[in-house]
Design a protein around this ligand. Structure first.
Ligand code: F6R
Length: 241
């Protein structure tokens, strides 16, 4: 089932996403949350940290959706840096509660296997994802099969150039390691968030366009429980909101 929640602005969207995570956590204290990094979930992470203050978080598990391949964890544009500074760090989670791809791993196949095995063992209860300007989710680039497990992806030109926004200096972005669409399909609840007018056409294609690997985010139309949370601008082109 596909649900659309439209909020007046980014703050409202972020509050709604934070509330979805908190509610799920209160129902299931050993919740496994898969989180994207990037601009879309940034404020939701801040609000989530506030909302979870004082709660017993000892069972909470966070798994990072993806990482730039070859990236140092302390690079300010890395996904790992995002989590360390905005979510798992401020929440004071133990290392065994945090599961991230190592962008510097020697052997990508072993890294893929490690995360596949973790997801197979624990499952993903809640996945909070964004949408890229080419319709990607994580680094599931256009053309990725819907059944894909964790994998190392060659990034397409859009991802390489849009990705520069996370870095202070021009950075070579060639590959990314990511949780696959197949895992996201099996998540208990998939939440896709988007804000801003530049995402309006993408949200329309994801929710109302043809379903297929050419536009990875269209997978939400096949998910058993997907929620799209947008602000007014990102939802502006939808015919059924
Ligand atoms: C980041 C990630 C990416 C982003 C997407 C949107 O971990 O998985 O797929 O979610 O590129 O990025 P923002 O939110 O910065 O517009």
């Amino acid at each position: 089932m596909l649900t659309h929640l439209q909020l007046p602005d980014y703050e409202g969207l972020s509050r709604t996403v934070s509330e979805i995570v908190v509610e799920a956590f209160l129902r299931k204290p050993d919740l496994m949350v898969c989180m994207a990094s990037g601009h879309s979930p940034a404020r939701a992470c801040d609000l989530l940290v506030e909302a979870l203050q004082g709660k017993d978080l000892s069972g909470l598990q966070i798994i990072g959706l993806d990482e730039w391949w070859g990236m140092e964890p302390d690079n300010e544009g890395s996904c790992r840096h995002f989590f360390d500074t905005r979510l798992t760090g401020p929440l004071n989670l133990r290392p065994d509660q945090c599961h991230f791809f190592d962008g510097l791993a020697k052997d990508y196949a072993a890294e893929v296997q490690r995360m596949d095995a973790l997801i197979a063992a624990r499952g993903i209860d809640l996945a909070i994802v964004g949408i890229g300007m080419n319709g990607h989710i994580g680094f599931n680039e256009p053309g990725t099969p819907f059944e894909a497990g964790c994998h190392l992806a060659v990034l397409d030109d859009v991802t390489r150039s849009v990705g520069q926004k996370y870095f202070n200096a021009q950075t070579e972005l060639e590959k990314g390691i990511t949780i696959g669409l197949g895992h996201l399909m099996r998540a208990e609840h998939l939440v896709l968030i988007a804000n801003g007018a530049h995402k309006a056409d993408l949200i329309k294609r994801a929710m109302e366009g043809p379903v297929g690997p050419a536009f990875p985010a269209s997978i939400i139309q096949l998910h058993h429980r997907a929620t799209v949370v947008t602000d007014v601008q990102a939802g502006a082109e939808l015919s059924r909101s």
